[in-house]
Design a binder for this molecule. Structure first.
Ligand code: GUN
Length: 282
């Protein structure tokens, strides 16, 4: 019973990666090996793991992936120069700066510097703006992955009441627009919302992206709700999400597990964005 409720991120990611194979073969037959550069600043343990997951996925797909590790005190100018170098290199199709960056670096400036056509994260303001019209070349990987997981699971979005907990630029904000484009009714909660339970209990689809381990238990959830858990944190040495899985499982109709849910799909969407970026060089 529980099994049929689980939205299997690993399986969906594997299917997305498989669907890229033909495209990658086509590119290679035309002399293009899709290539992504990932820039990691410092040694934030979570960022190190995320970057490793991206490298492993690239390897599986036959995408060239290069990593640039910069010291945590790297100057903003040095970083911008590195990005401009990659912008000018025709063999590089995708550029990603792993977030968060240290506080002395202006994140917005970094996002604006990455070439619009190599912005596989979808964070450049031009690409972000195009989310509004629904015709962006690069949608941010986590929100796009979540939409794919919902579609894959045949979960209707039109007319559904969706509550997103967390209004980050990486997940909550872009996802809210993408869901509005699909005619969902969307509310986005933030740390000043107060009693979030008042809202979450109304959700047909509840998406939590706060990074607060086990914030959501069954008292936050409506019977039959779909839950998408974007959080990844460690609690007592164990990786867990925003949602207390055991507490809510009886109540929900579908749920993404942590690990093995949104994470792998996010990475596979990054691979898809990289392949699409490489097509711009044909
Ligand atoms: N840090 C957490 N999620 C992401 C992401 O999707 N892209 C980048 N660049 N950094 C992140």
């Amino acid at each position: 019973m529980t099994d049929t409720k689980i939205i299997d991120g690993k399986k969906i990611a594997a299917d997305i990666e498989l669907s890229l194979k033909e495209k990658i073969d086509y590119l290679k037959n035309n002399g293009i090996v899709p290539c992504i550069y990932v820039i990691l600043i410092g040694d934030n343990p979570a960022s190190v793991i995320y970057v490793r997951n991206k490298e492993n996925a690239a390897k599986r797909c036959g995408i060239l992936s290069e990593k640039i590790i910069l010291p945590v005190d790297v100057s903003e100018d040095e970083l911008l120069n590195k990005i401009n170098e990659l912008n000018d290199n025709p063999l590089v199709h995708g550029i990603l700066v792993q977030l968060p960056v240290p506080p002395h670096i202006d994140e917005n400036k970094i996002m604006e510097t990455i070439c619009v056509n190599k912005d596989v994260d979808g964070f450049h303001p031009f690409n972000e703006g195009k989310i509004f019209t629904g015709n962006s070349s690069f949608y941010p990987c986590t929100p796009f992955g979540i939409i794919k997981m919902l579609d894959y699971s045949n979960i209707e979005l039109t007319g559904k009441n969706v509550i997103i907990v967390g209004q980050s630029i990486i997940v909550g904000k872009p996802l809210s627009i993408m869901l509005m484009n699909r005619y969902a009714t969307v509310s986005v909660l933030n740390i000043y919302t107060g009693d979030i339970r008042r809202w979450t209990k109304m959700a047909d689809i509840l998406i939590s992206a706060t990074g607060k381990a086990h914030l959501i238990d069954d008292s936050f959830v409506k019977d039959g709700a779909v839950i998408i858990d974007v959080g990844i944190t460690k609690l007592n040495g164990k990786i867990c999400g925003d949602v207390n899985f055991d507490s809510v499982i009886e109540k929900v109709s579908k749920i993404t597990p942590v690990p093995g849910g949104v994470g792998p799909v996010t990475v596979s969407v990054l691979m898809e964005n990289t392949v699409n970026a490489a097509f711009k060089f044909l």
